[in-house]
Design a protein around this ligand. Structure first.
Ligand SMILES: [Zn+2]
Length: 256
């Protein structure tokens, strides 16, 4: 059964119990390592273990954009893979500017990592164009498209689970955009940011409008700010009733 883990659900500044927004998809029925991580603004692997996942099941990590709350945990991620004995390369997937950022933050530690036997990093650059293929290895196919995050190049993703045909979409950080409607079309779950309107982000109500247009089954709100207003959730539910705030490190089954 494919599952989504909301490893973190907060904005850069958020409520005390929420860390930065990070996701994982997993499929315990798949015979090979099949856990895909998305972003690492904080300790993604601690959250994965807390959710019942295992380091050795990590197939790769997608980085969406260069902001610190999506990339700054990368050196810690690499240190944990090294100390856990991972030998095979770790695929790191993203648009060029996101890959450049994780490479910079990793190389900042070069004086002390030179003696480490950390796994090789297999960078896979994704074109910053609509419908780019970010991952195509069973059980997942991941499509990435540019979203509207101001001057910061960024992508949202659609993650399809091959065996079931079910899909999850993730807006990443963005103002309301048709690109997310396209990515989320008919998906079981849409994970949409709800930092608040303006400043290249979206409100809960705007996220609900996207979910309604995309025809998804359920909307989960993430990238939540410090003062998540219950009124915002009520307004979103007026537009799209099956809307919830994302549960911090919550697990959601989405396969049929
Ligand atoms: Zn951002």
């Amino acid at each position: 059964m494919p599952t989504l883990h909301l490893l973190g659900t907060g904005a850069a500044v958020s409520e005390p119990h929420r860390t930065t927004t990070m996701l994982a998809v997993a499929d315990d029925d798949h015979p090979e390592p099949a856990t895909l991580l998305i972003d690492c603004g904080s300790d993604a692997l601690q959250r994965l273990r807390e959710a019942g996942g295992r380091y050795e099941d990590v197939a790769g990590i997608i980085v969406t954009h260069a902001h610190p709350d999506h990339t700054s945990g990368f050196p810690l991620f690499m240190e944990k893979l090294w100390l856990s004995g991972r030998e095979r390369p770790i695929p790191v997937i993203g648009i060029q500017s996101a890959l450049d950022q994780v490479q910079r933050v990793w190389e900042a530690f070069a004086p002390i990592t030179v003696d480490w036997d950390a796994p090789d990093i297999a960078f896979h650059r994704v074109d910053h164009v609509p419908g780019a293929t970010a991952w195509d290895e069973a059980p997942w196919t991941v499509e990435a498209s540019p979203v509207d995050h101001g001057d910061m190049p960024n992508v949202g993703v659609r993650i399809e689970h091959g065996p079931s045909g079910d899909a999850v979409a993730y807006s990443c950080d963005t103002a309301p955009t048709d690109a997310v409607v396209d990515l989320a079309h008919g998906a079981s779950l849409l994970v949409h940011e709800a930092t608040g309107a303006g400043h290249n982000h979206s409100s809960a109500e705007q996220a609900a409008q996207i979910a309604k247009r995309a025809g998804v089954e359920r909307l989960l709100l993430v990238h939540l700010p410090e003062a998540s207003d219950p009124g915002d959730l009520a307004a979103a539910r007026q537009v799209f009733p099956n809307t919830d705030l994302g549960t911090e490190n919550g697990t959601y089954a989405f396969g049929t």
